[in-house]
Design a protein. Sequence first.
Length: 244
Amino acid sequence: MTYIHCIPSELLSYVVELACLAEAPSQTRTAAVLGRVSKLWRETVVSTPAIWTNFHVSKGRDPRSFEAPLLRSGGLLVDIHVVDEATKLNAAREQLKVLAEHSSRWRNVEISHPDAFALLANATPPVLPKLQSLAVKTTFRRVSPELMYFYEPLPEYPAAPDLPLDWKNRMYPSLRYLDLCDIEVKPQDTEDFLDFLEAHSSLERLVLKKVWELDAYTPPRTVLLPQLKELQLRGITSSEILQW
């Protein structure tokens, strides 16, 4: 019997967990490699829930591949990442649909994608009871070097997303951190967004970047965020928005 088999199971589980999390966001690949060491290691990997709490939506991934890791994560909170710009909108929606079956355990959501706000509006559940952090940013799809000569230079920022985000029906009671980039502001959207902020007064950090304003509008009220510790307004020149 080798010395590694003499290690208490709790300690081996902890070592495996640290090794996998150190390789984030590729911890599931690391887990698969460690699981090949021996039968004991495979049993340890499969039965360590903390290893299976990060989920990455990516190009070419079968949505059903999330099912086993979701079960292995037990009842732990999970983090959702949509940061692969090569993933088409419909493919991302299908993968998020599977993950949404466990939306009551979503802890952190990061969407950095060309269709970020479409995914937020149509593929992210409006009620996420355990959500603590939401970061959304619109990006450009990268063009291969061979095709760059056939395209006009990309502008510094994407165009404003022209779709409603339905803030009035979104409820994230545990939300502490909200980071929105390239959000569009219309009069009615402003009222709904302020209602959203008012309902989430536990926010500790609020970041707004590149707010697209249509029809300057100053709401006749003030929203208090007593727990707010950090406020960042970037790329915003409108005095109306600053008066929120």
